[in-house]
Design a protein around this ligand. Structure first.
Ligand code: GTP
Ligand code: MG
Ligand code: ZN
Length: 280
């Protein structure tokens, strides 16, 4: 927080919500994507970009950071059945808010204003080309941020936005536009995973063996649910993949932390010894 007069920093505000990811290239490092965000717009398009696994991944991130997620599906004007995409997204979590818009159309985007009121900060995440910057432009009633047509061949974006940028709305809200990210690995996201996949978690707690792998053990509630058509195998596999990834990344960072602790303790011991040299 800055002092109004001197503009000197007077207080470091507590980061209410923190989005982090493992830095691309260096899996051992955490990179902060955004802090103090109230709402996350998870942006995807009503086309081949739409991907349930990616949506779940962003949701885990939002739940882990305790930020309110809103799924924004763009390009409804280009889709034959945009509602079909919304249905798929809603199936991920029963209470999930899903909005379908034409990001270029102010009237269509107006429904998102509810989350962008005074003092509110919204971060936009999603693949390149889904229309994050277009949404920001339309919400601000300007076209000052660069956007670029997606590639003809595969509909993929061209990584037009390259840095995170805050944009102020006339109404007092803030929008954080981000570059479409290629890599978004989970780390330390156990509680986010538990929330997004709470149905699976509840089943695993009922398995006969506490270390059930849900492959071949008797008394497995997860397999029972699948046999009864209550759990989709693909969803189970997506959960498994994210859980394994999260565990692997969390462990490798823990080892790094442990190594740092050991090094620090050793240094401490050395300096203590230096102070307590035996008298001659
Ligand atoms: N018809 C239509 N076009 C859209 C819509 N949303 C975005 N576009 C177009 O899609 C292209 C990509 O939009 P951008 O806003 O640059 O996408 P972005 O998500 O910011 O992409 P990066 O900055 O690369 O991460 C632009 O040509 C937009 O005009 C939409 O709802 N309908
Ligand atoms: Mg952009
Ligand atoms: Zn089981």
């Amino acid at each position: 927080m800055l002092d109004r007069e001197s503009l000197e920093p007077v207080r470091l505000l507590h980061r209410a919500s923190l989005f982090k990811r493992l830095a691309a290239g260096d899996r051992q490092k955490l990179q902060v994507i955004a802090a103090n965000v109230d709402t996350l717009f998870i942006v995807a398009s009503c086309n081949q970009d739409f991907n349930i696994a990616r949506l779940e991944r962003y949701l885990v991130l939002a739940r882990e950071a305790e930020v309110n997620p809103v799924v924004v599906l763009t390009k409804m004007d280009l889709a034959d059945q945009p509602e079909a995409f919304a249905e798929k997204a809603r199936a991920v979590q029963p209470d999930l808010v899903v909005e379908i818009v034409n990001a270029r159309d102010a009237e269509s985007v107006a429904r998102l204003a509810a989350w962008c009121g005074p003092g509110h900060t919204v971060a936009l995440l999603g693949s390149s080309g889904v229309g994050k910057s277009t949404l920001v432009n339309t919400l601000r009633g300007s076209d000052s941020i660069a956007t670029q047509a997606v590639r003809e061949e595969d509909g993929k974006g061209r990584h037009t936005t390259t840095v995170r940028e805050m944009h102020r709305l006339d109404g007092g809200g803030w929008l954080l536009d981000t570059p479409g990210m290629r890599e978004l690995q989970l780390s330390d996201a156990a509680s986010g995973l538990a929330e997004v996949f709470d149905d699976i978690l509840a089943l695993t707690l009922k398995c006969r063996f506490s270390n059930c792998t849900h492959e071949a053990e008797p008394g497995c509630s997860v397999r029972d649910a699948m046999q009864q058509g209550k759990l989709d195998r693909a969803r189970l596999e997506r959960w498994r993949k994210l859980a394994v990834e999260d565990a692997a990344n969390s462990v490798s960072r823990a080892t790094r932390r442990e190594r740092a602790d050991i090094a620090e303790n050793a240094a401490q011991a050395l300096s203590n010894n230096a102070g307590r040299r035996p008298r001659r």
